[in-house]
Write a protein that binds this ligand. Structure first.
Ligand SMILES: [Zn+2]
Length: 330
């Protein structure tokens, strides 16, 4: 694995096709592209999570189907990037722990590389999506520093700094979902109380909707709360307002800590698009009105949402597959 190259470099290998995989707890997405990054095929299939062997067999079947759709033999594969929802060791290609995939200390990189005959590069899913977001954003404008903030069932960020994925000492850089913002707040899955994730994730929004919207036993999702808010439901509006305060704080934290040029928002909760983004931008404009520093650091143009049709996970996995997966050691 080449540790010194970076995301900004163009694909150097003279080979044929690259494969990006985003293995989620419910679905596995596969993307096949040529060496100029033109899409050849893209599919999504259920993930088999019963045991490691079954998971690998299912992923391989998905890959073979994607390659068949692209009319490409597996022998043309020159690199495989794999996004995994958990803790990975990208240097050894090992999934240290991925609870949703039922994997622990499992050499997934080797298993896929052996089956498919090409090098496989593993990374955490949010870190991978950050690379995908970077790949997307830099097509719009030149940039070097980006934070990707994922708001789904949980909250986490990924950082691309100086054009390179920044992992930190333990691959945990960007786990801001577990910064405590409300010490008296609800318990978080991590054991602390009042983390960003406990007060502003999709899970938290759904829980607040269930409790505060007074709709009886109806099952309420984050998407439902956003929709109700946009239709004028007062309790829903209050929830979204409070969540947007927290999310604007998370964005402010990423910008102030890393001086990134862009914060790109993604994940299931961002689906409502403008209805999701506008209250957050409203909070940031309140900060700008108070301070010249905020005015300079927090312009609305720094914050964007990934377009609905763009899969940052598989595109980030393609970036991994180019063999430019991790930060460059000094
Ligand atoms: Zn937490």
């Amino acid at each position: 694995m080449n540790l010194t190259s970076n995301v900004d470099q163009s694909l150097q290998a003279s080979g044929k096709v690259l494969l990006g995989l985003d293995i989620g707890g419910t679905k596995t997405a596969a993307l096949v592209v040529d060496e100029r990054l033109n899409q050849l095929s893209a599919i999504s299939r259920p993930t088999e999570t019963g045991n490691p062997e079954g998971l690998v067999a299912g992923v391989i079947a998905t890959v073979r189907e994607a390659l068949k759709n692209a009319q490409i033999p597996a022998s043309e594969l020159i690199g495989i990037g794999v996004a995994v929802p958990g803790l990975v060791d990208p240097h050894r290609g090992v999934v240290e722990l991925a609870v949703n995939l039922n994997l622990e200390s499992y050499p997934l990189g080797r298993a896929l590389a052996v089956e498919l005959g090409a090098p496989a590069y593993l990374e955490n899913d949010v870190r991978t999506a950050a690379m995908g977001a970077y790949q997307f954003a830099r097509q719009e404008e030149p940039l070097r520093h980006l934070a990707y903030l994922s708001i789904g069932t949980g909250i986490a960020a990924g950082l691309v700094l100086s054009g390179q994925l920044y992992r930190g000492a333990n691959g945990m850089a960007g786990e801001i979902g577990h910064i405590v913002v409300e010490p008296q707040g609800p318990m978080c899955g991590c054991g602390m109380a009042g983390c960003f994730e406990a007060v502003a994730s999709g899970t938290a929004i759904a829980r607040m909707g269930q409790k505060q919207m007074d709709l009886g036993g109806q099952l309420i999702t984050a998407e439902f709360v956003y929709k109700a808010a946009s239709q004028g439901h007062e309790a829903a509006k209050a929830i979204i307002q409070q969540v947007s305060v927290y999310l604007s704080q998370a964005i402010q934290l990423l910008i102030m800590a890393y001086d990134v040029e862009k914060v790109v928002l993604g994940g299931g909760v961002t689906k409502p698009g403008p209805a999701f983004l506008e209250p957050i931008l409203g909070q940031l404009s309140l900060l700008r009105a108070q301070s010249a520093l905020a005015e300079a650091m927090l312009p609305a143009t720094k914050v964007t949402i990934l377009p609905a049709g763009y899969n940052a996970g598989v595109w980030g996995a393609i970036m991994l597959a180019t063999g430019t997966p991790v930060y460059a050691p000094a």
